[in-house]
Ligand binder design. Sequence first.
Ligand code: ZN
Length: 419
Amino acid sequence: MMNEKYIYKCTDCGNTYSTKEIIYLCPECEKLNDTISPPRGVLKTVYNYEKIVSNNNNKDKLFDKIAQKGFIYLLPINSLNSLPYLKVGNTPLYKIQTLDNEQLDFDLFLKDDSQNPTFSFKDRASAIVSAYAKENKIDTIVAASTGNAGSSLAGICAAQKQKAIVFVPAKAPKAKLTQILMYGAQIIPVDGTYDNAFDLSIEATKKFGWYNRNTAFNPFTIEGKKTVSFELFAQLNQSVPDRVFVPVGDGVIISGVYKGFEDLLKLGIINKMPVIIAVQAIGSSNIINNINRNDFVSSPSNTVADSISVDIPRNFNMAKKYIVQNNGETIAVSDEEIISASKILSSRTGIFAEPAAATAFAGFLSYYWNGQLNKGSKNVVLLTGSGLKDLNAVQPIIDIPSPVKANIKTVEEFLAVKK
Ligand SMILES: [Zn+2]
C-alpha cells in the first residue's frame, strides 16, 4: 500500500497524503476552518507498521531492536545524526515509595521531563522538527509561543546552528522572553493575542519559505512528544502502565502520549492501551467541557498554570478522538489544588515542577485521596517542566523570613520561635 516510510492521515476526514512535500494541515479540511472552533485537518503520521514487523524475524525482540536503533523506524527523519547533540528525552522515571508516612500500596512513578535541555517536555518536539528541517536544508524555523515551546525551539536551534524566529503576543511576560532571547532567537512581538501571533506566524511561513513548528499544525510535534511513551514502556520493564496522568492545554502532549502507545499497539508489541487521565485546570478546561458536545463552546481561560491556559485547544479533535476511543478519563483541578500539589511534590519528592506539571500531580492526588487507585497498579505522572520557569506562581505560598543579626544567639532565638 505504501512505499514511503510514513504517510499523513487527516484526523477529521481520514484522507491520506504523501510526505514527499511539506504540508501542515489537511488541505481539504483546512478550508472549513474559522477562528471560533478548534482547527480541523491536523495530520497524524502513520508508519508502514507491517513492513517494520516483517523486516524483523524475531517478533519477541521487536521492541529491543527498535529501541537499540533509537526508534528511528518510528521517527519522521532519516538519521539520528540529524538530531541535536543536546540530550533530549531519556529523562528519569522515579519510583516514589511514600508521600506521607504510609507506604503506598500501588506504584507511583514520576517522569521528570524538566531534565530536558531547556527544562521542558517541549524539547522532544523541537528536536524532531529541527532534525527534519536540517535534513531538508531549511535553516529558519518559526513558531508562535509565549513560553516553553518558544524557548525550546530557541535552545534547540542554537545547538543546531539554525535560526529561530518566535512570534509572541506583546503582553507576554518579560521573564518568559528572557530565555528565548538568551538563546539568540529573534522575537517578533505582535500587538494582539496568542491566536493573532499564531496566524501571523503561519502567514510568514508561507511568505518567506520558513519551516513552522507550531503545535497542532506541524504534525511532527506529536511525533517528538510520543517518544515519552516508548521510554515509559522501556523503563517499566516493557510493560504498559495502568494510568498515566497528563497535564492538558491544547491537547498536543496527550495526543503524543497516546500516539506513542498506539504505535506500539500497531506493531503488536503491546496488546492494550494505558488509561490516560487528561488533567486540566478548572479555569482552563475547554477540552473536558466539550468532550461530549457536538458543537464546540469556548470559555475564556484563567488559571495559574499558564502553559496549559487555552481558550481554543488547537488539537481538540485529535485529543477528543483518542480519549473517547480509548476510554480515557478526565479531571479538572482548581488553582488552589495545583499550587498545593506543587508544594507537596517539591517538599516530599525533591522535584520542583511548573504549575502545568503540578496540575497532573494534583489530578493524581485527587485519585489517591479518593481511593481510586487499585492496589498494585502502576501509575505515572508526567512532569512537563521545571518550577524555575514560573517562580511567580508559587511566591504567594512561601514566606521568606526577615534576617537575623549575625550572631548565634539570635539564631537560637529565631529557631525557638520557628518551632
Ligand atoms: Zn481532512
